[in-house]
Design a protein around this ligand. Structure first.
Ligand code: MCA
Ligand code: AMP
Length: 497
């Protein structure tokens, strides 16, 4: 019986008594204890009716059991579907209808509303790890017969918003996840002497796959924090060797006078990704700590694509070289033909890391994933003569706030549905903490009296807090070019500081 991810990430630790996750409450989960907990939760999944290939939808707090649940899904041959804990019921309904999960695991405090809305079993988990999932797990056997899974079988389904306003479920196989974990572990020289500060959420590629899969593969120790907590990170730096974060982590640390060279003396790697790291942040961090942040680039659909070298020049403003086994080409966005080194074009990527397509969206998949296997990222970049990639912009209309991706169309759709609104344009402006923040320009129908507070109330009811425009600008018209296309760059210039 083989199971690609289980055999590589989890099975080797059956007799490993070393610590795996050090949690906020002072509890430590050993590697061997983790393997047993995974088996217990795999029993819970099967007892709840989960069959190989079924999807389990998880909108739960960040606890050690949530990671064990991910492992359990792998061992039971299920497909793990994690969701941002900030998503509203309306957002959740979309994902549940699209993914048709066999089981939902949610925060205990949300049980009543979620159980009432969906016709599938619902188990609970609270922030302290308690709940019906843990109770059933405690009573289950600590060994489970691993379900066979081939490299191309699906392991996870991660939703990523789209320019059309509809989120797309990226189907990720065992091979997609394992190949990337292997490349990163090798490249960043992660080993069982490492101790990673884990302060990212675990419902995205960065916190779940980049951070946890590499740690599992290497047998590294993880200081598992429920969220980014500045004091806790500062306290852990002298005892740890690695931090993975979004640029906001680094700008916040730089604002803290406690961040010094001595504090970071034990650290060997700071990784940044999910959003552009400003060259000035890179430089300021090096001046203060003597450490050069390693920037890498990836996407939900592709896992990690490029990375600055571990040994070698980490150049601010570049995202480094394609990972081993990953091909990157820069193409003319109109024709798809490769452009010469030094020319700006569309970043396209091919390799074992590239996903299997979007669930229930064959046309969308065909538009973005070429028959040749190249995935069209929507990011614009340039390759230097030696293949080093720099991202220079995005063709897709996307805002990245604190590492979370926000597609304006989704917010515009909600605003435009409000009675009295004629149209709107949602755009990003620079923000000192989050990199970008969201603003909305709104045009009302003649004689309409709807207020920005009423529009905000509708947005609040439907969309997660991090997507909410921080300001609604009521205007008479939107700036348009001669083709009639809204010129968001002019709005950015007018309202950005
Ligand atoms: C929190 N808020 C936000 C964000 N986070 N608003 C906009 N953008 C955000 N990212 C809201 C809160 O709801 C709150 O609202 C207010 O901002 C202040 O919250 P605060 O306590 O300051 O925030 P925080 O809890 O400290 O969170 C900031 C954070 C967090 C640590 C930067 O957003 C975070 O962990 N981001 C990482 C996201 C991530 O993992 N991305 C990877 C995606 P109120 O106004 O009600 O107080 S994977 C990916 O992108 C690809 C594949 C890749 O390459 O990795
Ligand atoms: P996601 O929706 O989480 O898949 O976000 C992927 C997007 O994040 C990419 O298409 C890029 O636009 C952006 N991204 C990720 N890493 C970086 C980086 N290091 N620099 C700039 N943009 C990045």
């Amino acid at each position: 019986m083989t199971n690609t991810l289980y055999d590589a990430l989890i099975a080797p630790h059956a007799n490993n008594t070393q610590p795996f996750m050090d949690c906020d409450d002072g509890q430590t989960v050993s590697y061997a204890g983790f393997v047993q907990r995974v088996a217990q939760l795999a029993h819970v999944l099967r007892d709840a009716g989960v069959q190989p290939g079924d999807r389990i939808l998880v909108q739960a707090p960040k606890t050690a059991d949530t990671i064990a649940l991910y492992g359990a899904a792998i061992q039971a041959g299920a497909v793990y579907l994690p969701l941002n804990t900030a998503y509203t019921q309306s957002e959740l309904s979309y994902f549940a209808e699209d993914a048709t999960p066999r089981l939902i695991i949610c925060d205990t405090k949300d049980f009543a509303r979620i159980d009432a809305a969906f016709d599938v079993p619902v188990l609970t988990m609270a922030a302290d790890g308690s709940g019906t999932l843990a109770d059933a797990g405690d009573a289950a056997n600590t060994s489970f017969e691993t379900v066979s899974r081939a490299p191309d079988d699906l392991a996870a389904l991660l939703y990523t918003s789209g320019t059309t306003g509809r989120s797309k479920g990226a189907m990720l196989s065992h091979k997609n996840l394992l190949s990337n974990a292997r490349s990163l572990t090798d490249l960043w020289e992660i080993g069982d002497k490492d101790r990673l500060i884990h302060a990212l959420p675990i419902f995205h590629t960065h916190g779940l796959f980049v951070a946890m899969n590499t740690s599992l593969l290497a047998g590294a120790q993880v200081r598992f924090m429920q969220a980014f907590n500045q004091d806790a990170v500062i306290a852990e730096l002298p005892k740890s060797t690695m931090l993975m974060g979004v640029p906001t982590f680094y700008t916040r640390l730089l604002d803290d006078p406690r961040l010094t060279r001595e504090l970071c003396a034990n650290m060997r790697l700071f990784v940044s990704g999910s959003a552009p790291l400003l060259a000035e942040t890179h430089t300021a961090f090096e001046q203060r700590t003597g450490q050069r942040i390693l920037e890498r680039y990836g996407m939900t659909e592709t896992n990690m694509i490029t990375s600055n070298p571990f040994a070698g020049d980490r150049i601010a403003g570049t995202v480094g070289y394609p990972l081993p086994g990953t091909e990157v080409i820069i193409t003319d966005p109109d024709t798809g033909a490769p452009v010469p080194a030094g020319d700006i074009g569309m970043i396209e990527v091919r390799g074992d890391n590239v996903f299997q397509g979007y669930l229930n969206m064959p046309e969308k998949t065909r538009e973005e994933l070429r028959e040749t296997g190249f995935f069209i990222t929507g990011d614009l970049g340039v390759a230097a003569d030696d293949g080093r990639i720099s991202i220079v912009g995005r063709q897709k209309d996307l805002i990245i706030s604190g590492g979370y991706n926000i597609y304006p169309k989704e917010i515009e759709d909600v605003i435009n549905d409000v009675d009295g609104v004629l149209e709107s344009a949602v755009f990003g402006v620079p923000h000192p903490d989050f990199g970008e923040s969201v603003l909305a320009a709104v045009i009302l129908e003649p004689e309409a009296t709807v207020t920005s507070d009423e529009i905000a109330a509708q947005v609040t009811a439907e969309l997660a807090r991090f997507k909410h425009p921080r300001r609604y600008i009521m205007r008479d018209a939107l700036p348009r070019n001669t083709m009639g296309k809204v010129q968001k760059n002019l709005l950015r210039d007018e309202y950005g500081v």
